[in-house]
Design a protein around this ligand. Structure first.
Ligand code: NAP
Length: 484
């Protein structure tokens, strides 16, 4: 299979925070890979902007170092790297100051796509939006890209939306959730809506329950201060897991267009029931061989912030009434693994006799590692000896299906940045979606704070606190194993 790459239109992309970690680790390497693959035109321009005292050549040297560090050696082509560095420039700009903006304005080309990537803290969104507007740099066609965290609660998210809306129309705003840029996540939509096989079964009549797991092995690392104010609920559940839940549970949109898809996702969030306290498990990792305890990591021995959360959710609509959704995410768990598992109900009657055991179909959508989709089916165990049943996977892992090309699956950021340039908002969160997710999240957090809940301890390298297992066992169900 040869991937067809359609070059995007020439563009000027300004990365505010162009010297930061995200720019160096993700944004610049992604752009380089798109240029090397022939999707980013050679006359595109990427302008880093930050306070650091650098000129074009100093920034190019920094970008070269970032590419050498974050692009795998096999993907580094000296000729493509040289062409990419030609596209790169720098402006020294303080988002809250007035210097440098006129120079940036003079750099912008006419008749090209203009995009501004705000890879800076949310406190700088308004000063940047104002200055882009006041200096005539942002045009009505320009696009603005913002990163998570998009707010800390409903009130702050509303404020960020209102601040951006002062200078940009919603059709110009691209709120990134990089989970939506993952190949498998889009494949989830292809599997659901491109095949006749699954959609008729995609409801509470046939689906016993759905599990979504996003497990990390890392602790809070250097982000302790931020993380301790957020916790797993705000950092992961409110955005990434909620987005995955929306895609798996939404009604078929009328077309694969930005507003059709986002309208359906929004309906899912609005149909979520209130969560009972008994359906929430929060945990904190203890000290272990791989590192100190959560409380040591955030330097607060009295912290009650969760590094793990598991929840049982219900969606009140005709499709899903009666099918629970179990979501969990946490740090310092057994393996780095993200998976959505759709567990179908038992066959209504076993013609092979009750002693043949319970067999159920399962659709597993793996986001990482080894992106792919696996369908568990029941077959006869080969050989003589009567009708013995066995569950086997029909594996649609990309590595198998696509061969060496699977290695070439673009990083989520590559796809998302190219979507910004193309003006396709389908895989970005709309303002009302983000606000609805916070409107659902806030009372849950307020309730556990009012109760004074203390997170349950869990061992590093485990599957989270014992209470999370009980959450499932109580319903006669089991979590899928967390495995890399
Ligand atoms: P970072 O490493 O701290 O970088 C911040 C960038 O902002 C630097 O380039 C800094 O450069 C620039 N900056 C700070 N104050 C500025 C000002 N007043 N005017 C102009 N530039 C200013 O942060 P990061 O990790 O790259 O994260 C950037 C944003 O993305 C944050 O909102 C973060 O939450 C979000 N995010 C990051 C990641 C990640 O993996 N890193 C993942 C998801 C979301 P100077 O000091 O030179 O000005």
């Amino acid at each position: 299979m040869v991937a067809r790459i359609i070059p995007v239109d020439p563009f000027d992309l300004v990365i505010f925070g162009g010297t930061g970690d995200l720019a160096r680790r993700k944004i610049l390497p992604s752009l380089y890979r798109r240029l090397a693959d022939g999707q980013m035109p050679d006359d595109a321009r990427v302008i880093g902007a930050a306070r650091s005292e650098l000129d074009d050549s100093g920034y190019r040297a920094m970008v070269r170092e970032a590419l050498e560090e974050f692009v795998p050696e096999a993907r580094r082509d000296p000729e493509a790297m040289a062409r990419f560095l030609e596209c790169v420039g720098y402006e020294q700009i303080d988002a809250t100051g007035e210097a440098g903006w006129a120079r940036l304005a003079a750099r912008m080309g006419a008749g090209r796509v203009r995009a501004f990537y705000l890879s800076v803290g949310p406190g700088l969104f308004l000063p940047l939006a104002e200055r882009l507007h006041d200096h005539g740099i942002a045009t009505p066609e320009s696009r603005i890209v913002v990163e998570k965290p998009f707010g800390h609660d409903l009130e702050s998210a509303r404020e960020l939306n209102a601040n951006l809306a002062r200078h940009f129309d919603e059709t110009q705003i691209y709120r990134i959730d990089h989970y939506l840029g993952k190949e498998t996540v889009q494949n989830l939509m292809a599997v659901r809506f491109g095949n006749v096989l699954f959609e008729p079964l995609w409801n509470s009549q046939y689906v016993d329950h759905i599990q979504i797991t996003v497990a990390e092995t890392v602790g809070v690392g250097g982000r302790g201060e931020y993380y301790d104010r957020a916790g797993a609920m705000r950092d992961m559940m409110q955005n990434h897991l909620m987005q995955l839940l929306c895609l798996i549970a939404m009604e078929p949109p009328s077309r694969f267009g930005a507003d059709s898809v986002r309208d359906e996702k929004l309906k899912v969030i609005r149909a979520l029931d209130e969560v009972e306290p008994a359906d929430i498990v929060r945990g904190q990792y203890e000290a272990g061989p791989d590192g100190p305890s959560y409380r040591d990591d955030v330097d607060d021995m009295r912290s009650r912030t969760e590094s793990f959360i598991a929840m049982k959710l219900s969606i009140s609509n005709w499709r899903w009434a009666g099918t629970p959704f179990y979501l969990r995410t946490g740090k310092r768990l057994r393996a780095r693994a993200s998976e959505i598992a759709v567990v179908f109900k038992d066959a209504p009657h076993s013609i092979f006799g009750a002693d043949r055991g319970r067999h159920r179909n399962l659709l597993s959508i793996r986001l990482q590692p080894n992106e792919g989709i696996e369908l568990g089916v029941t077959i006869k165990e080969p050989g003589p000896g009567g009708m013995r049943l066995v569950d086997v996977p029909l594996d649609m892992s990309f590595a198998e299906a696509l061969g060496p090309e699977a290695d070439e699956i673009p990083d989520a950021y590559e796809r998302l940045i190219m979507d910004v340039i193309r003006g396709n908002q389908t895989l970005f969160m709309r303002g009302d979606e983000v606000e609805a997710a916070w409107a659902w999240t806030d009372p849950v957090i307020a309730a556990w704070e009012a109760r004074g809940d203390v997170p349950a301890p869990y061992e590093q390298g485990s599957a989270g606190p014992e209470e999370a297992q009980i959450l499932m066992h109580r319903d006669n169900r089991r979590w899928r194993e967390i495995r890399a």
